[in-house]
Design a protein around this ligand. Structure first.
Ligand code: ZN
Length: 436
């Protein structure tokens, strides 16, 4: 075996990530896939409407978001929170409320752009559909998840003969005009009805289909690629890689957890990060804080103790980091080269676009050392703006010290991204060491 080649365990973690991503084309599916993984590790599902359970192993799903926790039987004056956060959503194209369009004899669907995808990466791919539908029934309105992995849709690029300057001047896409996927030819007849199609897919009458949150996804399966099989080629690596490693680390931790330990370990997966996180289930809202406080009170703690446990706790905000792209080395800070398969990345920014400060960074450095994995430190070039993530929001909402970390990847926000096989198990191990 070539020594560059990942070991069996490293491969197994990457294959598990691939299974997680391929099962999760929408944020709602991410929350359900994560919940199923935790349920297999003994977590029970609580509902937002019922009385909140105290400590123990619990999870709660709200739309595309999830909070899961494991804590000691009894809270003490020293109990603190250890929290890992990540986001479930990825940039994509979403179906409009009245999507049926007919142009030049072709049936198309109107789409909106969600977040900031690399628009060109959605062209000339075989695309499926997923999301959730609100359906009226005798007992009220129910929400049904759906996923169609058939290659239903296609957004064809204009042929080069009709746009000869594209390779010298670049591709400009108008979001209204150039992104509508086609799915049938009707040539003058009524265009195909999206509502009728979706109603059939969720086994409902079309008049009972009240609304949908529907989005496109590439149907090509994820896979391991490269000369030494060192890379994962997949959609939505940002940020399902972090979601998968967080819940699998928590599941493993819970199996070995000592019920007398003085920490409540939490994983929070948020929807809507790609559009700013302001929503009833996003990181800028009260969702996580209200779940944690209700849990704390249900476990016979008081509010003063809850606030103290946050301030004395620590949060790891996990979101993917930019690896240095070898074709665009000049876009990266030269003294902070980030390699695929180089280990977890610690992200910092002087203007707190990442929440990291020296004490919180130290927690992550020590976690990586305990896990025996290498660490990389990321900062952007001083003349290029810095992205942000849920770290600063979580930190500000809960007053919990927070460090921003992540696995490195290339082609962030492409419909097909790339990360390192070794980085999956390394991030898992570092998160596991952080929880211990
Ligand atoms: Zn992200």
């Amino acid at each position: 075996m070539n020594e560059q080649q990942p070991t069996e365990d490293e491969n197994a973690a990457a294959q598990d990530l691939i299974g997680f991503i391929d099962a999760s084309p929408s944020p709602y599916h991410v929350a359900e896939t994560a919940a199923a993984l935790l349920e297999r590790a003994g977590f029970k599902r609580a509902s937002a409407e019922a009385a909140m359970p105290g400590t123990g192993r619990w999870l709660i799903v709200r739309g595309g978001s999830l909070v899961a926790w494991v804590g000691p039987d009894k809270l003490s004056a020293k109990t603190t929170f250890r929290l890992i956060g990540a986001h479930t959503d990825s940039p994509n194209l979403r179906i409009k409320p009245q999507p049926d369009v007919q142009r030049a004899g072709m049936d198309q669907l109107g789409v909106e752009v969600y977040g900031s995808p690399l628009l060109n990466s959605w062209l000339d791919r075989d695309l499926g559909l997923s999301g959730r539908a609100a359906v009226a029934g005798p007992d009220g309105v129910s929400t049904r998840l759906f996923r169609i992995d058939e290659p239903l849709l296609r957004i064809p690029q204009l042929a080069i003969h009709l746009d000869p300057s594209i390779n010298s001047e670049g591709l400009l896409l108008n979001r209204q005009q150039h992104l509508a996927p086609l799915w049938a030819t009707s040539d003058g007849a009524m265009p195909a009805s999206f509502a009728a199609f979706l109603a059939a897919a969720v086994s409902a009458r079309v008049e009972d289909l009240l609304a949908w949150d529907a989005m496109l996804h590439p149907v090509e399966p994820s896979r391991i690629v490269g000369l030494h099989r060192q890379f994962v080629s997949a959609p939505r690596i940002d940020n399902q890689l972090s979601c998968f490693t967080a819940v699998s680390a928590l599941a493993k931790f819970a199996e070995a957890a000592d019920n007398a330990a003085d920490t409540v370990s939490v994983v929070a997966l948020f929807d809507h990060e790609e559009i700013g996180s302001t929503s009833h289930s996003g990181a800028a809202g009260t969702f996580l804080g209200s779940v944690l406080e209700r849990m704390w009170l249900a476990a016979d703690g008081d509010r003063a103790g809850y606030l103290r446990a946050l301030v004395e706790g620590c949060c790891v905000s996990a979101d993917c980091a930019h690896a240095t792209n070898p074709n665009y080395v000049d876009r990266h800070e030269p003294e902070h080269r980030i390699a695929l398969n180089g280990g977890p990345v610690l992200k910092s920014n002087a203007n707190l676009r990442y929440a990291t400060d020296a004490p919180s960074a130290a927690r992550w450095v020590q976690a990586c050392r305990r896990a025996g994995v290498p660490l990389q430190r990321f900062v952007t070039r001083s003349d290029i703006g810095c992205g942000s993530t849920i770290g600063p929001l979580t930190s500000a909402q809960l007053a919990i010290p927070t460090v921003d970390v992540g696995a490195s990847q290339l082609a962030m926000h492409s419909a097909r991204e790339l990360c390192g096989v070794l980085d999956v198990s390394a991030l898992q191990a570092a998160m596991g060491a952080f929880l211990l």
